[in-house]
Write a protein of this length. Structure first.
Length: 249
């Protein structure tokens, strides 16, 4: 029970990586706040969490909107009296060549992936710093470490998260808050399912992954658990790459 009595917010937690993190945190004793723009999926995750004997709260939230994020944190504190862990996981991707990437596509991706992370971190830190304790975790990507064709906005947003992690660690460390990120490789989720259906694309992915398999959402959840736990109390400003060895090659 590494997170016993902790309160965690996990954005984008209706499915995929976010759902896996939320469920693992609940298994480890945390009370979990689930949030997405579409709460129906979060309701299903909440049922699983409650079946584990933990508590869950579902809040509808568009992380690109400050009023939604502020309300999310306020509702968490009202319900559970505190917020110990913020996992800023909500993310989107638009795959288009730069010459076809419209300004609205760019804004859509950056507003959710990068601005949303900023808003979540700021709102959570306002409460965490009062108690001199907190863990902020961003879901970045290996696309923030290396380039991928036709994903300019996504790569820019994830690269921004990697450096935002370092910057906020410097600011918030003296105030008792650890800030880290996770850079997943190719993980089997809704975001990647169409790519993985293509045999040629999947074969290319496997050729670049020394471990020889596609990642699972649980692989990222275990990394998040470590960073959220007190075992990582001396870890901050770090991006933990969980990619089966992709960028090593």
């Amino acid at each position: 029970m590494k997170l016993k009595d902790k309160v965690a917010i996990v954005t984008g937690s209706g499915r995929g990586i976010g759902a896996a993190i939320a469920i693992e945190f609940a298994r480890q004793g945390a009370k979990v706040v689930l949030t997405s723009r579409h709460t129906k999926e979060c309701d299903e995750v909440a049922k699983k969490i409650k079946s584990l004997g933990s508590e869950a709260l579902v809040v509808k939230c568009d992380v690109s909107k400050k009023k939604d994020v502020d309300a999310l944190v306020q509702k968490t504190v009202k319900k559970f009296k505190k917020v110990d862990i913020m996992v800023s996981n909500a993310g989107v991707v638009v795959q288009k060549p730069i010459l076809q990437m419209a300004e609205k596509d760019w804004d859509f991706v950056l507003d959710i992936n990068l601005k949303g992370a900023f808003l979540c971190a700021k709102a959570a830190a306002a409460h965490m710093t009062k108690k001199k304790y907190g863990k902020i975790i961003f879901t970045a990507s290996i696309a923030g470490e290396v380039g991928f064709a036709n994903t300019s906005a996504y790569c820019a947003s994830k690269g921004g998260l990697v450096n935002l992690t370092r910057e906020l660690a410097l600011e918030l460390g003296p105030l008792g808050v650890n800030v880290n990120s996770i850079a997943p490789g190719i993980i089997n989720t809704e975001m990647t399912k169409d790519m993985l259906k293509d045999k040629k694309t999947k074969s290319m992915f496997m050729a670049q992954t020394p471990i020889g398999r596609v990642g699972k959402p649980e692989d990222i959840a275990f990394a998040a658990l470590y960073l959220a736990s007190d075992e990582a109390s001396f870890v901050t400003g770090h991006t933990l790459v969980v990619d089966g060895g992709w960028i090593a090659s």
